[in-house]
Ligand binder design. Structure first.
Ligand code: GLC
Length: 546
């Protein structure tokens, strides 16, 4: 584990989400691997992030990019060996980078030995490791998540002639968490990786662990009991390690995942993310202030995970039907960009390659309450490819330079796990790490600067937030505060210049220090504080009494 033994390390961290297969191929087989990822750790350290979230790297038939796990205690041979993983982990820790890995508790691949046994006969000892039924009628109130591919949450097993339950793809049978043996085994799996030294887990799909008749089979009290059990064991045996929840739910349903500080340390703020895009398009702060004022307080040891994009579609599950239509209209006019209830595009193309909007959105990501999580490639403004199936269009190889395969691999381009982005705007010749490193004004250099500013300002991670409601609703302004320190953040969500008058009387006598340049702005007096702002401009000011 990195030197800092601070148990709340995740509150002032900047995370970087990466898929080993997409980052760097060290052996020229066309697929990224752990030796490759280890070679690129200096890049991540220089970027300034201090925690890595690794997508699943276990043996898997890869029908859901590894979220279909066939063996929880090993590494997919394409990505290397267990020893390669250990070396990577040690190399990350040497650089003070924490490693949070993916853990899929809810379901396995149908290729997992447990499922093979379970389906082999109705009286197999592992039969009740999964959820079986003679009919496909139970739990009718549970929604279908992958609506573009699945018709039902039940699938027929021709071998044992019963139906099995699955919340995701039909090749991903759900484990049965009513069975104590399953709970035991999964804790044992987690211990396997914790003993190796990983710093935490992103727990995939947690709302669905338990099912009960007559309910939505999401967020059930019994599910929370399973999590509390895991957390108690974690705290007892591995203090300082962290659990991050993937619970795509409304704020009120999300809140219980923090418990009284005895469930998750962190949870993604799913409802906020689409509302940031909505506020930007509407040029109105309301979607953002509304969702954040509805967001309940969380225990002091807990933290929101904030993100703009990730490896999945930009999910529109936690919005109203009208909001979803608006988002589709604004960000996915072309229907091939839509998937399930979401939009399968990357950040830069969503924001039409507009550097001002990319900066503004990242500025909000870093200054709103929570820990920012950056999706690999978004720091250089990578593009996407909607012609690739499912969510693969946002999982293309990292673009390191303008040379062969964008510096990702020495393999024949035909044998890469995925084609690189090649168009003149987002292709690797135009968008890559090497060329952006050479320019102080590149997006990469800007991100580096932002990350360092964010990390040297812990109050962004743990301070309170108070919104100001200036008359000009195109401006989103808030004060972040902790103890006697205060920072004023002002964002112009509009594509045109704006003037805004802020009521800062509470801070009368203080002076504003602009945090990027260190310049002084006029002292706050009795009159409304007037700022003028260019299109999509934002300010971070320290409020100081000097
Ligand atoms: C989570 C993952 C997603 C995966 C699904 C099923 O939602 O983020 O990528 O497909 O779980 O495992």
């Amino acid at each position: 584990m990195p030197e800092t033994q601070d148990a709340l390390w995740y509150k002032n961290a900047v995370f970087y989400q990466v898929h080993v297969r997409a980052f760097y191929d060290s052996n020229g087989d066309g697929v990224g691997d752990f030796q490759g990822l280890a070679q690129k750790l200096d890049y991540l350290r220089d970027l300034g992030i201090n925690a890595i979230w690794l997508m699943p790297f276990f043996p898997s038939p890869l029908r859901d990019d590894g979220y279909d796990i066939a063996d929880y205690r090993s590494v997919h041979p394409l990505y290397g060996t267990l020893q390669d993983f250990k070396n990577f982990l040690a190399a990350a820790h040497e650089r003070q980078l924490r490693v949070v890995m993916e853990m899929v508790l809810n379901h396995t691949s149908d290729q997992h030995a447990w499922f093979q046994e379970s389906r082999s006969s109705r009286d197999n000892p592992r039969r009740n490791w999964y959820v079986w039924s003679e009919t496909d009628t139970p739990y009718r109130s549970a929604r279908i998540i992958f609506i573009d591919t699945e018709m039902s949450n039940w699938a027929w097993d021709p071998i044992s002639k019963e139906h099995y339950w699955h919340r995701f793809f039909s090749h991903q049978p759900d484990l049965n968490y009513d069975n104590p043996a399953v709970r035991e085994e999964m804790w044992d799996v987690m211990k396997f990786w914790l003993d190796m030294g990983v710093d935490g887990f992103r727990l995939d799909a947690v709302p669905y662990l338990i099912e009960r008749e007559g309910t939505s089979c999401e967020n059930l009290p019994e599910t929370h009991i399973v999590i509390k059990e895991l957390r108690a064991k974690l705290d007892r045996e591995y203090p300082g390690r962290m659990l991050l929840a993937e619970a795509n739910q409304w704020p009120a349903d999300l809140r219980p995942y923090f418990g009284t500080g005895d469930e998750f340390h962190m949870a993604f703020h799913f409802p906020l993310m689409p509302r940031m895009f909505m506020g930007l398009k509407l040029e109105d702060r309301k979607p953002i202030t509304e969702i954040l004022t509805q967001t309940p307080e969380i225990p002091a040891s807990c933290q929101w995970g904030l993100f703009l994009r990730n490896h999945d579609e930009l999910t529109l599950e936690m919005v109203t039907d009208m909001e979803r239509d608006y988002m589709y209209d604004s960000y996915a006019r072309d229907k091939t960009m839509r998937l399930n209830l979401g939009i399968r595009r990357r950040l830069a193309p969503l924001l039409e390659h507009d550097r001002r909007r990319i900066e503004l959105m990242n500025g909000m990501l870093m200054s709103l309450p929570g820990t920012p999580i950056i999706y690999y490639g978004d720091e250089i403004g990578m593009g996407d490819n909607v012609n690739l199936g499912d969510r693969n269009g946002v999982r293309t190889p990292m673009q390191w330079n303008g040379g062969w395969n964008g510096g990702f691999s020495n393999a024949d381009p035909e044998s890469l796990y995925s084609p690189l982005i090649q168009n003149p705007v987002y292709g690797y010749q135009a968008v890559n790490v090497l060329s952006q490193k050479r320019s102080e004004h590149s997006l990469l250099s800007w991100m580096q600067h932002m990350i360092s500013l964010r990390r040297s300002t812990p109050l962004f991670g743990s301070g309170s937030i108070e919104f100001l409601y200036p008359k000009n609703h195109r401006v989103l302004a808030y004060v972040r505060q902790q103890g006697d320190q205060a920072i004023l953040v002002v964002n112009n969500l509009s594509s045109s210049a704006q003037a805004v008058e802020l009521d800062l009387r509470r801070y009368k006598g203080k002076i504003l220090i602009e945090m990027f340049g260190g310049n002084l702005f006029p002292r706050i007096g009795d009159l409304p504080y007037l700022l003028t702002m260019g299109p999509y401009q934002f300010y971070w000011f320290k409020l100081r009494r000097i």
